[in-house]
Design a protein around this ligand. Sequence first.
Ligand SMILES: C[S@@+](CC[C@H](N)C(=O)[O-])C[C@H]1O[C@@H](n2cnc3c(N)ncnc32)[C@H](O)[C@@H]1O
Length: 278
Amino acid sequence: MQFDEFAAFEKDGWEHVVQPYDDYFGRLTIQSHPALLDALGVGPGTRMLDVAAGPGYLAAAAIERGATATAIDFSATMIAHARQLHPDVEFQFAAAEHLPFDAQSFDAVGISFGLLHFPEPERALVEAARVLRQGGRIAFTAWAPPERAVGFGMVLDAVQLHGKLDVGLPPSPPFFRFSDPDECVRVLTEAGFADARAAEVEQTWHLVLPETPFDGLMHGGVRMAALLRAQSKSALAAIEQEVKSRAMAYSQRGTQHGAQHGELLVPMPCVLASAVRP
Ligand SMILES: C[S@@+](CC[C@H](N)C(=O)[O-])C[C@H]1O[C@@H](n2cnc3c(N)ncnc32)[C@H](O)[C@@H]1O
């Protein structure tokens, strides 16, 4: 496989970042779940599969709509965390590229912010098509480009200004490949799906100062965290400071328990793509 080393790096990373991922991204990525479930047509009785479920919020939201939900993830610690949060969801330890289910077992397959992490996204889509019944629906989300998902944009700009982008991480598929709606439609169509479509959905990252997107990406993810950790100490300090000053453009002042605090509301839209299994 072209990205073997990357696959091992991601798997190890997701085993070690469970609680910080949930803390920084759990309340962000759920913002697109209603639109994702609508695109999947999830309602009472739908058999939904949540692929790369992480903390499992998409599957839990499907159950709230009266669906039955199964969820898979290849991180054992993520699954243990998700099982505690959502006892109603059936979690299984599996890779997106090798789903342990019979053909045509599901009416809907949702992949919330998973596809951009897969070493073989095309293979994962073909697997999704295999486990979907005819007429079943697939939908996935991925971050919008960094010019609009500005939490990523300000950190990447700061790295470019004060540090290095090439730090010897394993070769990886492009992080923003599925930020392009046309690419989403193309990859779904090539995987055999019909009626593919993609559009952006708004999301806002709520952070409380002194935390900024620097902290979220440094502690709550895998690939961006590795990029930041690989910088020199002085470069990292300059990157953190640069992000802090750029983030102030998104601050709102407020009070909490009588104390003044600054809240950041950072635009983090995503692309939502969906299609039908013919
Ligand atoms: C960015 S998190 C997304 C979690 C959740 N779906 C959400 O929307 O917040 C990516 C998740 O995908 C899982 N993952 C990454 N690559 C995977 C693969 N090839 N097969 C299964 N799970 C994978 C990770 O363990 C992690 O839990």
